[in-house]
Ligand binder design. Sequence first.
Ligand SMILES: Nc1nc2c(ncn2[C@@H]2O[C@H](COP(=O)(O)OP(=O)(O)OP(=O)(O)O)[C@@H](O)[C@H]2O)c(=O)[nH]1
Length: 502
Amino acid sequence: MVLAQLGGSISRAIQQMSNATIIDEKVLNECLNEITRALLQSDVQFKLVRDMQTNIKKIVNLDDLAAGHNKRRIIQQAIFNELCKMLDPGKPSFTLKKGKPSVIMFVGLQGSGKTTTCTKYAFYHQKKGWKPALVCADTFRAGAFDQLKQNATKAKIPFYGSYTESDPVRIAVEGVERFKKENCDLIIVDTSGRHKQEAALFEEMRQVSEATKPDLVIFVMDSSIGQAAFDQAQAFKQSISVGAVIVTKMDGHAKGGGALSAVAATKSPVIFIGTGEHMDEFEVFDVKPFVSRLLGMGDWSGFMDKIQEVVPMDQQPELLQKLSEGNFTLRIMYEQFQNILKMGPIGQVFSMLPGFSSELMPKGREKESQAKIKRYMTMMDSMTNEGKQKMLTELDSSNPKIMNESRIMRIARGSGRHVREVMEMLEEYKRLAKIWSKMKGLKIPKKGEMSALSRNMNAQHMTKVLPPQMLKQIGGVGGLQSLMKQMGSAKDMMGMFGGGDK
Ligand SMILES: Nc1nc2c(ncn2[C@@H]2O[C@H](COP(=O)(O)OP(=O)(O)OP(=O)(O)O)[C@@H](O)[C@H]2O)c(=O)[nH]1
């Protein structure tokens, strides 16, 4: 089961449980069994899934939950927390410091995407102001140096390697020394891979590590390896002190669950995921926003970051303002579709928007999704736009009820599409509008305020930021305080509800 489907299955299981009139042992068990099945189908290791189920049952003791407790919320929270726990080793990876040279060594099997990932990692940091450099200590695979050289040249990153030297340790040491002298603050060493875990690979890895004394060893793992992930990660961890994991090929049809849960084997965090062959198809991996997204709750903080990258500067404040007003009109949907199409493969951005996720832009089916979006836009082009002054046009109304039969028929005729298709588009709009209505009243912090807010956040601050209906749903200030206590911090909670900052 690919991750998008996994998220869908888990949220459906929670929804079904929520729909039950009484949540008793049987309903809870059905929900947990459904989640268990979905996780196993995504290749998450059996023991982890079983532990997770036991933990949730321990936390959610239905007998102890007196009437009045919001069982649905408590169960949902327990599921959220346990999923996070599974993906979070509880300790951060090494923190890089700008201006001070750090040596980062990449290890992994052949074909895992190591060389590609080294460049993506360098490129990502270069954009953030680091001075990276790449060293190719892969003397095993013919062509490895050429590949690194090509990638590095494209990204304008200095590189070091040799066509003649066969000793990887020597190349690694020379490269690291040279770039230290050149004041590079992020020296990345790409090492050899092998087709399978074997003694020669591990020995070479140990020697390169001994000689270059890396500050961080990053283990690169292909997400499609499924259940084998745990053993592979463990084998690497036993040979070298892995400090972080990068999971590649999370695009396409990879199940991903196995590789992601490999953190349990390495006890190191997943720090990035690779989502394509291109240099910028690389995302920071943060557990809580990821789980939020997985469960269809959106990732407000990731969205805020991304929006700054992709929505034209002058349109940003307006868009955020409109969204926070809760008036999700067809025009907003139209404009967002325009942004999606204009900016190419940015399905990942919209997967951070609550509701825009997998259903509208499934990974690997971008072409189909784009065609669908274009179809929707043609239909919207036939809607009334600039009507008489002060008269609300179809595009600007946030009331779906105005779309009566005759309007629908007119739009279908005007765009040359079936009535059925117009109705499908309106259903999509209603779905998104419903999700976005929850955002009504969300106070949009000014640029720069977000981090300060999440650092100092307490229940009092939270009440100022959360939309009133959401606050009501949580049970007012009292409910919020107890929720925050259970969740650890406001930041976590903002993540859960699709809010907050990193
Ligand atoms: N779709 C997709 N392909 C990827 C991703 N990362 C790497 N690849 C592709 O995977 C293939 C193998 O990547 P390499 O970077 O050559 O693998 P490697 O682990 O360095 O291989 P060795 O140097 O032989 O150990 C290449 O075709 C890459 O383009 C990713 O996130 N998504």
